[in-house]
Write a protein that binds this ligand. Structure first.
Ligand SMILES: Cc1ncc(COP(=O)(O)O)c(C=O)c1O
Length: 388
């Protein structure tokens, strides 16, 4: 059993989450999506071993890393990735930028499905493309994609769709039928799909992850899958990702775009060491961390039922971020932000995920249970009248 209960001090490590200068020292941060858990021991050993050789020169991606990545997907997702398809990159967000640059021209539409991870919007706008939102539909407590609305959008000259699979922040794991319907719509109109699968190893009980590109050669040929060990093994600071692009022309276009944007064909040496060790030896750790996160989710659900009954907690199908509807409190976004700030707890406000996020908060629950408990106590203290 790995110890995920111990609270490890992260302040003073230049942590985005813990050392944000505007935040105050005694705030419990439940925002940035990294875990407050130690990475798999094999990762720490690999990093120490690499650091022990004191020359940190230019490094290429080792063949063992590609093989570990390929075996991972075959074993866990029954997805057969060929070696040639894999393009290493420093992060998933850079891959999104390369894809927008590669497959669309200035002014052209790119579909995103809000509420969604904020950098999707930036990847489109920073490159002068037209943001084309296809908001998710909230059916009771379950979100779905608006495939009917999408058809009309796609016919309006869109070049690319950015899919979040599983979907941050609403924590949906898309079913094969949904992915197939989406994939077919885009394929028929020549609209490339970039599937951001960064959360795909974090699937909760009762759900199964299917990569869109595993659903058929035609869908694979029309896709770029962005995969990464960052979230899975809590190594996002090491910066590591892979774009999987089965179609050779699309792969060339992607590589050329990356070059134009200054990407180098050279990983950070520590990220390569961490990623290879994680894929080779991190599976048991991953299973344990998922189970701990799931228990945290059950703890949170129970806490909210008893102490914050005006909040509505969405099902956690995947990821370690929980999407919660705070609108039942009957307060404005400003009132809620102020109350949470005064209570010294910091979830992510829903607005940062675009249309449909207002009145919601996203809570990162990948932390020791005691920290989560304290965070929830502070949320309860922020809204003392709730449920009375
Ligand atoms: C959906 C999604 N994509 C990408 C990222 C970040 O990826 P990277 O750090 O590899 O650029 C995150 C981090 O929160 C995320 O949630």
């Amino acid at each position: 059993m790995i110890d995920f209960d111990t609270i490890i001090e992260r302040r003073g490590t230049h942590s985005y989450k813990w050392d944000d200068p505007g935040q105050g020292r005694d705030v419990i941060p439940l925002w940035v999506a990294d875990m407050d858990f130690p990475a798999p021991p094999a990762v720490t050993s690999a990093l120490s071993a690499r650091a022990a050789n004191p020359i940190y020169g230019y490094t290429f991606a080792p063949e063992g890393l590609f093989q570990a990545f390929i075996r991972w997907h075959l074993r866990r997702n029954r997805w057969r990735v060929e070696r040639d398809w894999v393009v290493p990159a420093p992060g998933v967000v850079p891959c999104l930028h390369y894809a927008v640059e590669a497959f669309t021209r200035e002014g052209q539409g790119v579909v995103v499905q809000p509420p969604v991870y904020g950098p999707f919007f930036r990847a489109v706008e920073a490159l002068g493309r037209r943001l084309t939102p296809n908001p998710l539909i909230r059916d009771g407590m379950r979100y779905r994609m608006n495939l009917e609305g999408l058809e009309t959008l796609l016919d309006g000259g869109v070049g690319l769709l950015i899919l979040c699979s599983p979907h941050n922040p609403v924590a949906r794991v898309w079913d094969p039928e949904e992915l197939l319907a989406l994939g077919n719509l885009c394929r028929d109109r020549g609209v490339v799909i970039v599937s951001d699968d960064i959360h795909s190893d974090l699937i909760m009980p009762g759900k199964t992850f299917t990569p869109l590109a595993a659903l058929g050669e035609d869908l694979a040929a029309n896709s770029v899958t962005c995969s990464s060990p960052s979230k899975s093994f809590n190594i996002p600071g090491a910066g590591s990702a892979f774009a999987v692009i089965p179609d050779p022309e699309k792969r060339d276009a992607f590589r050329r775009a990356a070059e134009r944007m200054g990407a180098m064909d050279m990983p950070n040496l520590f990220s390569a060491a961490a990623a290879e060790a994680a894929y080779r030896e991190g599976e048991e750790w991953l299973e344990e961390v998922k189970s701990y996160i799931w228990d945290n989710y059950l703890f949170l659900e129970d806490f909210c039922r008893r102490r914050l009954p005006d909040l509505r907690v969405h099902p956690l199908e995947g990821t370690y971020v929980v999407w919660i509807d705070f609108r039942g409190l009957g307060l404005s976004a400003r009132e809620m932000d102020t109350a949470l700030r005064d209570a010294r707890v910091r979830p992510s406000p829903g607005e940062i995920f675009g249309p449909g996020g207002e009145g919601f908060y996203r809570l990162n629950i990948a932390c020791p249970r005691e920290l989560l408990r304290q965070g929830l106590e502070r949320i309860a203290a922020a809204f003392p009248g709730t449920g009375k």
